[in-house]
Design a protein around this ligand. Structure first.
Ligand code: HEC
Ligand code: HEC
Length: 373
């Protein structure tokens, strides 16, 4: 009888053992932690301050700016936690000292691979009505910020993983609560991450360059070289169209861009299909837009070399030589790309004028710097 009982116990025990080892084998991935977030939600509304001449900032109704949202966005922007191996942050390619661009021809992602385009400066983004990236493929800053995380040539992570890392972080959950009023950690999602980053990006306003002080606010008189450069850059209707650089046809106004997409004559191609980078045409499938890129703002252009979507020019002098040569006459080249004479003196004057766009109070603004340093 005793033997029988022992055998019975043995069978039970082995069943238990078996089932528990089975359970181990089919262990599911940990569900996201479901914990209540400590802290308070009492957001401080933030009013974007910018000179009137920059126009109306574009702020989506569903992402009003708050002090707490901007500070969270700044942290996320500078935090390598958003990349697969925690080595790269947005700021790795968007460095404040370079007007939030980098000085490489093509940026390097976490895997050491080269990207396909030159990193763009991030300046006065709140005023761009015409889409983000060189080809304008993303309509808002919120949409734009979804891309770099999962781009294999950039941060190469997955949003699921980034969300998990932030939910389990010691510092971030109370900050998400303070910015967005959520109660539980699983509510920390990509949607809120990109909202916070976009809030921070909208604060990146540069309006204190010599260009602003001299030409937009008349706080002092221009030097002779600045004035000569300005007259070469800004086209007046009375000027001789054929002999004038006329940069302002495309880089006009306070933003030094009209935000349009144009072919500024960089590439000599036989057919519109042959551009190495289709640019705008790759987004809207209109072959006439192949090789067109968004006219970039020239604010802080002195600090954002190399130049163009593929970083092909290292200096402003090379850029000027390109424009003076008048492009290649490709079918969809902009009509304002025409050869013009350019003496050494004129070149120097234009460069002096382009350097008045430099705003070190922007690049060195303490509230735009890395909060982890
Ligand atoms: C590996 C380098 C790299 C990293 C990391 C990176 N970017 Fe960029 N960024 C670029 C490049 C290159 C472009 C232009 C790409 C294009 O036009 O296709 C760009 C374009 C942009 C633009 C468009 C600007 C405009 O005027 O249209 C914004 C905004 C931006 N990045 C924000 C971010 C944010 C936010 C992050 C972090 C979540 C980030 N970037 C991470 C390289 C990088
Ligand atoms: C027909 C419109 C047009 C005219 C005129 C024009 N540009 Fe541009 N500019 C563009 C476009 C479009 C780009 C971006 C092209 C690209 O990357 O493929 C650009 C890019 C640039 C860049 C590179 C900026 C960066 O961040 O990489 C500089 C600098 C520049 N232009 C200066 C000038 C100057 C100076 C003049 C006058 C001599 C001028 N442009 C005239 C349309 C124009």
């Amino acid at each position: 009888m005793l033997k029988m009982w022992k055998l019975f116990a043995l069978i039970i025990a082995s069943i238990l053992l078996l089932s528990s080892s089975c359970e181990k084998k089919t262990e599911k991935p940990q569900p996201p932690v479901d914990e209540t977030i400590p802290g308070v939600y009492n957001p401080t509304p933030f009013t974007l301050v910018a000179p009137q001449y920059l126009g109306q900032a574009i702020i989506p109704d569903d992402n009003p700016m708050t002090e707490e949202g901007i500070e969270l966005g700044r942290r996320l922007f500078f935090d390598p936690i958003l990349s697969i191996d925690s080595t790269q942050s947005c700021s790795s390619c968007h460095d404040p000292a370079a007007s939030f661009s980098d000085n490489r021809q093509f940026s390097i992602g976490v895997n050491g691979d080269q990207g396909l385009r030159n990193a763009m400066p991030l300046v006065n983004l709140a005023f761009n009505p015409n889409g983000f990236f060189w080809d304008g493929r993303r309509a808002s800053l919120e949409e734009q910020a979804l891309d770099p995380i999962e781009d294999h040539l950039e941060m190469a992570d997955t949003w699921e993983n980034v969300e998990r890392k932030l939910q389990r972080h010691a510092d971030y959950p109370p900050r998400f609560k303070a910015a967005f009023g959520i109660e539980k950690k699983p509510e920390i999602t990509r949607d809120l991450v990109v909202k916070a980053i976009a809030q921070f990006e909208r604060t990146l306003i540069s309006a204190n360059a010599e260009f602003d002080k001299v030409f937009l606010r008349a706080e002092r008189f221009p030097t002779d070289a600045e004035q000569r450069g300005k007259l070469l850059f800004f086209f007046e209707p009375s000027d001789n169209f054929d002999n004038h650089p006329g940069c302002s046809h495309c880089h006009g106004g306070q933003h030094l861009t009209d935000f349009s997409f144009r072919n500024n004559g960089l590439d000599d191609v036989e057919e519109l299909e042959n551009f190495a980078d289709l640019g705008r045409g790759g987004v809207n499938n209109n072959r006439f837009d192949n090789g067109k890129f968004r006219v970039p703002s020239l604010r802080n252009v002195e600090l954002t070399a190399p130049y163009m979507h593929d970083g092909r020019f290292e200096t402003l002098e090379e850029v000027l030589d390109h424009y003076a040569s008048g492009g290649h006459g490709v079918l969809n080249e902009d009509a304002n790309i025409r050869a013009f004479p350019l003496t050494e003196q004129q070149k120097m004057d234009l460069v002096v004028f382009l350097k008045t766009f430099t705003d070190t109070s922007f690049t060195q603004n303490p509230v735009f710097q890395n909060p982890f340093k």
